[in-house]
Design a protein around this ligand. Structure first.
Ligand code: ADP
Ligand code: MG
Length: 247
């Protein structure tokens, strides 16, 4: 397998005293669908934000396609970020704009300031809307869509980057279970098309169904790394604490 991403001895402290991530290491191969588990506050969002350099790690290294991304600045950082798309719990769409316009904004990393979207980009946007089953919704305003549909718009927007990795930060936490499952299916299809996924989730059931690997954090430290099927009762308690029950 070809290694896509490697996180080595990663530390992140926001205040210089306590650590949100401590000495974290894992590797991602092409084709991986990594599910990130852990209680609220365990460091999941911090890890995802370090990977696309939305925040600066305090120590350690992040290697993408064989090169450390830590020294990247300016154009090099922008070029790196094209490879790494993000999907958020709250969708982060511009609600008063059309679906198509929102999807096209996923292309901004390829544009110099003020340059217009091309015909090819509009065609790509329509293709990506088709991938998430929303080709008939292009001219709708986002605010007229349901939560699940909005998350599909956000996935289409992420695809506009032509990313190698999608980082999804609790993408289904605001959705009902059936809608959540359908969003996970779209992510799984995209993963089959060759895009690596790292997705934080609340529910172990979804981790079992969709993850090719699980990485679990507890207080910023790796609590488990392995296959979803390896998470038994004992491991579950190691990740979530003695009193936790699976729902
Ligand atoms: P999760 O996504 O698993 O809920 P986070 O990565 O958001 O966890 O948070 C990990 C730890 O870092 C928590 O203790 C949280 O309070 C702290 N933290 C997160 N973001 C910030 C921030 N911007 N400034 C200071 N502390 C933060
Ligand atoms: Mg979070």
């Amino acid at each position: 397998m070809v290694q896509l991403l490697e996180v080595k001895n990663l530390d992140k402290s926001y205040d210089g005293k306590s650590y949100a991530l401590k000495n974290l290491g894992f590797a991602m191969e092409e084709g991986d669908f990594i599910v990130l588990l852990g209680l609220s506050g365990s460091g999941k969002s911090t890890l995802l934000r370090c990977i696309n350099r939305l925040i600066e790690p305090s120590g350690g290294d992040i290697i993408f396609e064989g090169k450390s991304i830590i020294p990247y600045k300016g154009l090099q950082l922008r070029q790196y970020r094209r490879n790494i798309a993000m999907v958020f719990q709250q969708f982060n769409l511009v609600k008063n704009l059309s679906v198509l316009t929102n999807v096209l904004t996923g292309r901004l990393g390829y544009h110099s300031l003020g340059s217009a979207f091309t015909k090819q980009e509009t065609e790509l946007a329509m293709q990506n809307l088709k991938r998430v089953g929303l080709q008939d919704f292009a001219s709708r305003q986002v605010k007229q869509l349901s939560g699940g549909q909005q998350q599909r718009v956000a996935i289409a927007r992420a695809l506009m980057q032509e990313p190698k990795i999608i980082l999804a930060d609790e993408p289904v936490a605001s959705l009902d279970p059936a809608t959540a499952d359908s969003i996970m299916q779209y992510l799984a299809e995209i993963n089959k098309d060759g895009i690596g996924v790292i997705c934080s989730l609340h529910f172990l059931s979804l981790a079992r169904r969709y993850g090719s690997k699980v990485l679990a954090l507890k207080d910023g430290i790796k609590a488990f790394e392995g296959l979803p099927v390896e998470i038994d009762k004992q491991r579950f308690k190691e990740i979530y604490g003695e009193d936790a029950e699976e729902i």
